[in-house]
Design a protein around this ligand. Structure first.
Ligand SMILES: Nc1ncnc2c1ncn2[C@@H]1O[C@H](COP(=O)(O)OP(=O)(O)OP(=O)(O)O)[C@@H](O)[C@H]1O
Ligand SMILES: [Mg+2]
Length: 281
């Protein structure tokens, strides 16, 4: 298995580093455990427009990592830069989408999407134009005046994606965005996310527990280990795009899937892949 910092269908010298994390450490201080080192010696570079997934056992610090990049948590030490500028000085603010949508229940789809724009002082006419474009982008035409409780989980998650993208972020951070969805809705949302990524060219860091989902979507899969959380391996995914669901059946896909599962399982014990029991390798 090749290890690589980047992987894209362009040559190395064309790649521009979007996000650079160097020797990141995060200690949670003063909780039940007193001081807990959640992340340590974590270094990661993400190229502009790259789609990177992050996998790892529960508690290895995936959400902590995203929250630090989003500026929602303070790091203890280490450097983070966007476009070569320290994150504090960079004008770029990454957008984040969580597992539980985080929509405002008292606001319509349109008002939810416009929320960040309004805070930034963007005028009503421009807000309307942006929200309608994004409602169309996530295939929710006709639902602008609906409230979140009137939508399915998949629809709500698409609103959350539209709301994040309406602010035109350079970096989109997704923390298990499809975990609460049924398998069919999840596949539809995956396709939609790939379309949005293609349309916008946004750099994506996608946290998931679903190994198949990570491989299917990504240019590169990052596996983390825990105690303390750090990066164990970076695995480029050499599957041509556009990808359809058949790629999941290919031998290369299954081999990568098994490799990643073994990395995630802490004791290194064999883990079965659905439909391939007894055929490891
Ligand atoms: N506010 C906090 N105070 C103290 N410890 C925390 C806090 N937030 C997270 N932790 C600890 O940091 C570690 C990493 O948590 P984090 O939520 O980042 O993990 P994760 O990889 O996202 O897990 P999961 O896959 O279950 O979502 C865990 O051990 C957790 O208990
Ligand atoms: Mg988490």
């Amino acid at each position: 298995m090749t290890k690589g910092m980047f992987h894209k269908a362009v040559t190395e010298d064309q790649l521009k580093v979007k996000l650079c994390i160097n020797n990141l450490r995060k200690e949670y201080v003063g909780g039940t455990r007193d001081t807990f080192v959640a992340l340590d010696k974590l270094s990661l570079q993400v190229a502009e427009g790259e789609f990177v997934s992050v996998l790892g056992p529960s508690g290895c610090g995936k959400s902590t990592l995203l929250e630090i990049i989003a500026g929602l948590q303070k790091r203890s030490s280490g450097e983070i830069s966007i476009d070569g500028l320290p994150i504090e000085k960079s004008g770029t603010k990454p957008a984040i989408v969580f597992q539980h949508y985080g929509l405002f229940p008292w606001l319509t789809v349109q008002k939810n999407i416009e929320y960040g724009l309004k805070i930034r002082g963007i005028d009503r006419k421009t807000r309307n134009k942006i929200s309608h474009a994004h409602i169309e982008m996530v295939n929710l035409g006709g639902f602008a005046k609906f409230y979140p409780h009137e939508l399915s989980g998949g629809m709500q998650q698409r609103v959350a994606l539209a709301r994040a993208l309406a602010n035109n972020p350079d970096i989109l951070l997704l923390d298990e965005p499809f975990a609460a969805l049924d398998a069919q809705t999840r596949e539809m949302c995956q396709r939609e996310l790939l379309n949005l990524w293609k349309q916008t060219g946004v750099t994506i860091i996608f946290v998931t527990h679903d190994v198949g989902e990570a491989i299917f979507l990504s240019d590169r899969v990052i596996v983390m280990s825990k105690n303390p959380g750090t990066i164990k391996e970076s695995i480029p995914i050499d599957i041509a795009r556009p990808r359809d669901f058949h790629v999941r059946l290919a031998e290369g896909f299954r081999k990568t899937e098994l490799h990643v599962r073994l990395l995630i399982s802490e004791n290194g014990a064999m883990v079965a892949i659905p439909g391939k029991e007894g055929q490891h390798g």
